[in-house]
Design a protein around this ligand. Structure first.
Ligand code: G3P
Length: 273
């Protein structure tokens, strides 16, 4: 499974890339806002354009998702093409993020605007990461429209199920991959039992039909969820910096190191000095 870092903060991207195990970057408007706020707080005077260019250069050779902010097909297509034109020449690694269904503000029927935009961009060989995916059927339609990646938001599925059932939780709390069992039933969102269940169902569906679109498990909240995304068959997990930092932590690894260090025979250690 490939590992992407889910952030727009340059220092986090740089550090994660220095480990040599990161295969890409995903950003979204909320992540960009956090990065810009940090720059402002530090009194850094850099344009967003130059900042994004630095991100692209840092991730050279691996894809970086940049999201559109428009929400009608025409405007998303226009913005996506512009973003691609401005930024792809920097390191040839831009992927455009398009919401699967951008309807939200009024009753206008725009449910298929995301799909239309994905199709138009794919026809021009602009790679698309279809975002805000919450059902296998959304993923299927995005893949059929030509998306390179689909991003099921695993953590937010878990949030939704907990919230709908009055369960109090912290954002980083583990949610069982097999679903939340009450005395009577497993809680679900229309047949989806957890974020990981969603990832697994999309991966199975794509496997079944030999669909090449990659499953990019997003909205990852904790280490165990990353493990379960891998076991569920995700091609990629995009992970926040603070979760990446926890991927190697285990009490017994630490304890083992402590004991090995205590037991060092000086003559052995000196062999290589
Ligand atoms: O990759 C999508 C991600 O940024 C959303 O994460 O934790 O805000 O649901 P979260």
């Amino acid at each position: 499974m490939k590992l992407f870092i889910d952030t727009a903060k340059l220092h986090e991207i740089k550090e994660a890339y220095s480990y040599g195990i990161i295969d890409g970057v995903t950003t979204n408007p909320s992540l960009l806002k956090k990065a810009v706020k940090k720059l402002e707080a530090e009194g850094e005077n850099i344009s967003i354009k130059d900042y994004i260019k630095k991100v692209l250069e840092t991730a050279q050779g691996t894809p970086v998702s940049l999201e559109v902010t428009e929400y009608t097909a025409d405007k998303m297509i226009h913005q996506a093409k512009k973003l691609y034109e401005i930024f792809n020449p920097v390191a040839e690694n831009v992927v455009i993020k398009i919401p699967v269904n951008p309807s939200f503000v009024d009753n206008k029927n725009r449910d298929f605007d995301g799909i239309n935009a994905i199709r138009a961009l794919a026809n021009e060989n602009i790679p698309v990461n279809c975002t805000l995916v919450f059902t296998p059927e959304q993923a299927l339609l995005a893949a059929k429209a030509g998306a390179t990646y689909v991003s099921p938001f695993a953590g937010r599925v878990d949030d939704y199920i907990r919230k709908n059932n009055g369960i109090v939780f912290e954002k980083s709390d583990y949610f069982p991959a097999e679903g939340w069992q009450t005395e009577e039933e497993y809680l679900d969102d229309n047949g989806i039992f957890s974020g990981i269940d969603l990832v697994e169902k999309i991966a199975a569906l794509f496997d079944y039909y030999d669909i090449e679109t990659e499953v990019l498990a997003a909205s990852m909240r904790n280490v165990r969820q990353v493990r379960e995304a891998a076991l569920a068959g995700a091609d990629i997990a995009t992970i926040p910096y603070k979760v990446i930092k926890k991927l190697l932590v285990h009490d017994k690894s630490q304890e083992g190191m402590k004991n090995f260090t205590k037991d060092i025979v000086p003559e052995y250690a000196n062999l290589t000095k």
